[in-house]
Structure formats: C-alpha cells, structure tokens
Design a protein around this ligand. Structure first.
Ligand code: EPU
Length: 337
C-alpha cells in the first residue's frame, strides 16, 4: 500500500476530468482499507469507486481512496437460485458477464452500466425495468467512524429511485466492500416489456429470449444511445428524472401535448428529463470542448479537455432553463465534488 502525491485523477473518472489528488492510495483488501482509515495524518478521506457517477470540479485535498477489492464467488447454491458475492472493486459489467457465462439470471438488463460493484447499491443502479434492489441480498460495508465491518440487508439499505441509505442518512459514513446477489439458475424471470428491449429482440428475430439475448439487446440499445466513456467522457444520466404532481403534469400537458409522462401513484408523475432538455434545445449542443450528447439529452459530455467547472456551469444553465420553461427542478444524479 503506497500513498502517491499530486497525481492526476483523469484515469479515475469517466468524465475524464483532469484534476489533481494531493494524496492517493489504492486499497486491494479490507485490511488495506482498515489500515488506511487508521492514517491519522490524513483527516479528510474520500472514497473513489469507478468514478462513473462523479463530476470533479476542482483539485482534491483529501486522501483519495481508490477501491480495488477484487473477486467474485458463489457462496451457496440451490436448485433454482444461487447466492453470489462480488467484491466492491470489480467492474460492474465484468460481473454481469461473469453471471451470464454461468447462466445466472437477474442482472442482464443492467448490462454495460459503467462503474464498480461497490457503487451499485449506493444509487440503486437501474436500467430497462430492473433495479439493483431486485437482485440484492446484502452488502458489507466498513464504518469510517469505527473501522468495523457491518452488514446491510435490503431493508437496511432503504432503496429508492437512484437512492439508498448510502446517499441519504449514511452518506459518507461507510465504504461498501462487497455485495451479495440472489440470481436465478433456471426459470429466469425476464424483463423484456420495456419498449426498446421488446422491439430490439423483435428486430433480432428472437421469440424466446435467453438471458444472454436480453443482455445483447440491452447492450445494443445502450450503444446506440449512450456514449462509451472510453470514446467520449461522460457520467451517464447527469440528472434524475423529476417527479411532479398530477396537477402540475396536467397543466403542462395542456401546453405540451406530446410530453411523455409516467404515473407513479395517484398524485405523482415521472417526467423524462431527457425530453425536457431536448425540448429546451440543448440536445447535441457543443460548447467548445463539452456539451449535451446528440442521442440522449440527459447525458452531458466532455469531448476532450473540458473542465469540471464548465460542465457544472452547463448543468446549472440547464436546470435554470427547465425551471423557467416547465417550473420543474432537475436534481443532479451525479455527485459533484
Ligand atoms: N427522451 C427524449 N429525448 C432524449 C432522451 C429521452 O425525448 O434526449 C425521451 C424518450 O423518448 C423516452 C423517455 O425520454 O420517451 C425515456 O428515455 P430513455 O428510455 O432513454 O430513458 P431515460 O429516462 O432518459 C433512464 C435512466 C438511464 C437508463 C434508461 C433505460 C435515469 C436518470 N436514467 O433514462 O440510466 O439507462 O432509463 O432504463 O433514470 C444512468 O442512470 O446513468 C442511466 C443511463
């Protein structure tokens, strides 16, 4: 375990923002993490997972702890289900592939989501009708305050839309070290009702899809809409889809007849932020080295050399415009540091 000084964080965030970490250390085991937490000379510590849900706007003075805990194993197996434990530093999509190779179902709709396993519960990652909470059993997390491991089951995590206890009450208090999933071995419960998946499977002429076929459909959809961070820096959806009241929605529909809207309850309606941002004219806009992606307006992009402050300013402009046009407050989904 070696502490590096003044290193660039560019390789460690999918936006590809070039800011410096004053101090940086990579942890490969729970014991490494415990030793790092004991380092009294660095009172400020910051956890970095895959850096895929993060906008860095300035150089960081804290000790940056890079989570590099590797390993995936089956911990128990029945006729129909299997429990799999993955360490926090595993790449999420590699974990999905590991499951598919063994015929384990449940995470295929979550294919190609950038980031690491340990970050997945924090924002309850989700895509195409499935959320992490649907396959989640528990996670182990190290308390930063007491330096001891604690296990959180699904109820403890208090999962919501792109949210969990690790984003609310317990924010900044724990480091997730491993996650345990319950996956199916047979009679897989496929989620293919999400519009784009059904039509993609149709296009592929697949009538009875396997979990791999669903994964391939998801990969194809994501590739056609979302930029690959290896080509164009980005952090996926920059904002959450806002939830507004039914009255508010009805008022907006009088002016914007085509506005997509998804009722959540009797009084709550979810509106796709991508639609609002597109209607406001931002989709595909270039502002020099940064802008809004041409295929998905919810994704802000760094074409190369953008500064975090630039992207932050753009996000503020978008928020102000959407508030003015629709009276809707957009909330950032990414963490801004
Ligand atoms: N839309 C537009 N213009 C756009 C983008 C979207 O009009 O530029 C409209 C679409 O036509 C559609 C609706 O918005 O009617 C929904 O679009 P889409 O299916 O692409 O999904 P989304 O709501 O924009 C969410 C997640 C994505 C996830 C997809 C698929 C959030 C914040 N984002 O996006 O997650 O991949 O659904 O399930 O919930 C992420 O979190 O980083 C992410 C990429």
């Amino acid at each position: 375990m070696q502490i590096h000084q003044n290193i660039s964080l560019k390789p460690y965030n999918t936006f590809g923002i070039d800011v410096k970490a004053k101090h940086f250390v990579s942890a490969s085991s729970v014991n490494d993490l415990k030793d790092i937490l004991n380092l009294k000379e660095y009172p400020n510590k910051l956890i970095l997972g895959g850096g895929s849900n993060l906008l860095l706007t300035k150089d960081q003075d804290a000790l940056i702890i890079h989570i590099n805990l590797k390993g995936i194993k089956t911990i128990s197996e029945g006729d129909n289900h299997v429990l799999v434990c993955a360490n926090a530093g595993e790449n999420w999509h590699d974990f999905v592939l590991w499951c598919l190779e063994r015929g384990f179902g449940g995470v295929e709709n979550l294919s190609l989501i950038p980031g690491k396993v340990g970050a997945a519960p924090i924002q309850n990652i989700g895509a195409y009708g499935v959320e992490l909470k649907d396959v989640f059993v528990s996670c182990d997390a190290l308390s930063i305050e007491t330096n001891t491991l604690k296990s959180f089951d699904r109820d403890d995590c208090n999962f919501g839309y792109r949210s969990s206890i690790f984003k609310t009450h317990a924010k900044g208090k724990y480091i997730i070290t491993s996650v345990t999933f319950r996956l199916s071995k047979k009679h897989h419960e496929l989620h293919t009702d999400y519009g784009a998946i059904a039509s993609r499977l149709d296009k592929m002429d697949i009538k009875e899809p396997s979990i791999s076929a669903v994964s391939n459909a998801v990969i194809a959809i994501r590739k056609s809409k979302l930029p690959d961070p290896r080509d164009i820096g980005n952090s996926g959806s920059f904002f959450k889809n806002p939830v507004i009241t039914k009255t508010h929605c009805e008022r907006l529909l009088r002016a914007f007849k085509d506005m997509p809207h998804y009722p959540l309850s009797d009084d709550q309606v979810k509106i796709p932020a991508g639609w609002l941002i597109e209607q406001a004219g931002f989709k595909g806009k270039h502002f020099g080295s940064y802008g809004v992606h041409k295929n998905q307006a919810l994704v802000l992009v760094n074409y190369g050399g953008a500064k975090g402050e630039d992207l932050f300013r753009l996000s503020k402009l978008i928020q102000k415009t959407i508030k003015r046009l629709y009276g809707i407050s957009l909330e950032a989904e990414v963490n801004i540091l």
